[in-house]
Design a protein around this ligand. Structure first.
Ligand SMILES: Cc1ncc(COP(=O)(O)O)c(C=O)c1O
Length: 369
């Protein structure tokens, strides 16, 4: 056997021995308590279908990078629309949130700069940071004292990175306080709003809900979660847009999103403006779920977002619990270590505006057993 195959087999065996081996599954027609489609937009034909009101498309495929043949008026018009929606100077569309984060962190912080990030930051940001030559430190999750300690030792241009709603915990960063700390240390604050847009601030995110738009250096908004489509944008200044177009390799060296996708991004935002009641429906469900699980003996991770986590320590234990829920018709997925720290393995329950109160009540009753 080639050494290369031996290496692959050994890594797979190790992962199986930790009960952390991942496999792809089809959706099993269970009640959705795991997708990021918080508002049910992925099911809305009116967002996804091109119809008579859609502008005539020059091409169906993008045909190239934005810097060669893949840039269209419609793409730039959508970016202006997004900048207005999110109350910022510019938006630059990327192919996904993963690409946006890689593309931003790879090119912006330089060798003598410092990046300080929350320890629970998303993998796409970590990967982007790895591609930069900057010095980088994590700070204990949501611990502002440790953040200040790290800031007081930082050199060069300083970037602080947080998520407004954390993807694996559902809790949020104390953005107002973090803004004040960043100002004190002359640090640029970058906020990933992947799980906050569509839900907080009338869909415009937590930064907008708190009125902090002018205090954030850059925001990453993604469209594959509450908006039910695909893609992402970096929000910021005109200079940042020019910089990214020139230096962001994940922007430059890839085929742009096709126009159909660009249209769905705008459709999803317009649909949200016409259906803000979905957010109220979802928030009511979140309040109801939280009040029902508040007396559970297990550790509950505090969250006001659709992501609600119940800690079930141990990969075997949390997998068994998720299996039981699935056998009872609920699509709840376990989050295993090493995705989360050992001992913090959890059921990550995502609530949606389309889940009925009865479905939620039944889920809670099954969790109790
Ligand atoms: C916080 C955060 N940022 C970025 C991403 C990546 O976004 P996308 O799915 O659009 O690549 C995710 C998705 O898992 C996320 O949770």
């Amino acid at each position: 056997m080639l050494d290369h195959n031996k290496f692959i087999n050994e890594r797979i065996s190790k992962s199986i021995s930790y009960n952390a081996f991942r496999t792809l599954q089809h959706n099993k027609n269970l009640i959705d308590f795991c997708s990021n489609d918080y508002l049910g937009f992925a099911k809305e034909a009116v967002i996804h279908h091109i119809n008579n009101n859609t502008p005539k498309l020059l091409n169906y495929g993008a045909t190239g990078s934005r810097l060669i043949s893949g840039n269209y008026e419609l793409t730039e018009e959508t970016e202006v629309f997004l900048a207005n929606f999110y109350n910022t100077s510019i938006a630059l569309i990327f192919n996904s949130g993963y690409n946006a984060n890689i593309g931003l962190f790879q090119c912006l912080p330089q060798r003598n700069d410092t990046i300080i990030y929350d320890e629970f930051i998303h993998a796409s940001i970590r990967d982007g940071i790895r591609l930069s030559n900057a010095t980088h430190f994590s700070f204990t999750h949501n611990n502002l004292t440790v953040l200040e300690q790290k800031l007081s030792n930082a050199k060069g241009l300083i970037y602080v990175v947080v998520e407004s709603v954390y993807s694996m915990d559902g809790d949020h960063a104390s953005l107002t306080e973090i803004v004040a700390i960043c100002k004190k240390y002359n640090a640029a604050l970058i906020v990933d709003e992947a799980h906050a847009v569509g839900i907080f601030g009338n869909g415009k995110g937590l930064v907008s809900e708190l009125g902090l738009e002018n205090d954030i250096f850059a925001r990453i908004v993604t469209f594959g979660k509450a908006f039910g489509v695909h893609g992402a944008a970096i929000l910021g200044s005109n200079e940042l847009r020019d910089y990214l177009i020139n230096f962001s390799r994940a922007f430059i060296y890839t085929t742009a999103l096709p126009l159909h996708n660009i249209i769905t991004i705008k459709n999803a935002h317009e649909f949200l403006l016409q259906n803000l009641s979905r957010i109220d429906q979802l928030k009511e469900l979140i309040t109801n779920f939280k009040s029902q699980i508040s007396n559970f003996k297990s550790q509950i991770i505090y969250s006001d977002s659709p992501i609600q986590c119940i800690v079930v320590p141990g990969n075997n234990e949390v997998k068994a619990m998720a299996d039981k829920l699935q056998q009872n018709g609920f699509d709840v997925r376990p989050i295993l270590s090493p995705t989360v720290p050992k001992g913090q393995e959890r059921l990550r329950i995502c609530l949606h505006s389309f889940n009925s109160k009865k479905e939620v009540d039944n889920l809670v009753n099954t969790l109790k057993i």
